[in-house]
Write a protein that binds this ligand. Sequence first.
Ligand code: PLP
Length: 381
Amino acid sequence: MSNQILLAPGPVQLHPEVQKILSLPMIHHRTPEFDTILKSVLTNLKFLFQTKNSVFMHSCTGSGGMESLLINVLSPNDKVLAIVSGKFGERWADMAEAFGAHVHRLNVEWGYAANPNDVANFLTKNPDTDIVMTQACETSTATAHNISELGKIISKTQALFLVDGITALGAYPLPMDNYFIDGLVAGSQKAVMLPTGMSFVSFSEKAWQKIPNARCPKFYFDIQKENAANKKGETLFSSNVPLIRALDFILSRIKELGLEKHYAQLRRRADYSRSMAAELKLTLFSKSPSDSVTAMNLPADIDGVKLREYLEKKYLLTLMGGQDQLKGQILRMGHMGYITDTDMHETTLRIAQGLIDFGTSLDLEHITNASKKYLKETEIK
Ligand SMILES: Cc1ncc(COP(=O)(O)O)c(C=O)c1O
């Protein structure tokens, strides 16, 4: 075993071509060469978001994108319903409070998806709700929410539906316009398959009607100014040239492959991981497992913090553990980024070996054969 494998739910392994593009000599962002690239990514991002509206880029991590979505439509004292089913739901609710919103937290047991009926009931009782916010995938629990159903419900009200698609957009279908999403954010180091450092946001027409009157203070994330700059073929501030060049490659590649085939690859990785979890005698943590990340419950007698560190040091395998109440109890494996079948097979074997070293009884030969068989039988041509 010689290669390091990074299967965290972001940051992700990079496509070899992306690594090459990132090492190209720097060019200025006010050049004809970059103008062409910028035009191409701004068009192709609409394809990824499946929206007819503009998509904007910010040079910041995903959390900055979440802030941009929020403050461009929010005024202090607005009423927000925040679905909180894990760490990232908590973060967004905290953020809305920091900007002066009245936040009602719809707390959902970790590992479960929000029940759309609960949202419908809340909105019936509170028709003055301004915003409903949720993660598409709550990464801390590897749980996918039912965005399509939630979108239908919220679209019938005055509320805007803001969705954190940071571990969803680019990993599985999340068509912004069809799902009645009013604000959607993606992050570069997740399903967009780039290094950390950019976020992407888009707003629906319903949201654009609110944007000019939203009174939250803003400067860097002022989307009306960003929109005006994009219309002139520029970004509002210095463009993130290396990442945008790499993004152009990623988007062109996904477009060439087609969204369906691209998503099928991620689904296959997720299905493989679920199937291998059973071979490793591990159960799934989430009751609504996402195709972008899988969380596996560890046996009660294994300290997950120690196992994760051990896998990292001894077997050069980076996975993530649980956060807060799940610390030491689960292993989370990402399916986003550049992942080969060899990476997946090796990952299964390294986890198996780690579990054996920690005292679990497993048949390594049987697991090896089951993994090879699965990968061969499900190969996507
Ligand atoms: C669902 C979700 N939202 C938000 C974030 C925060 O993104 P960042 O760390 O890029 O700010 C993450 C990162 O893990 C995430 O998975």
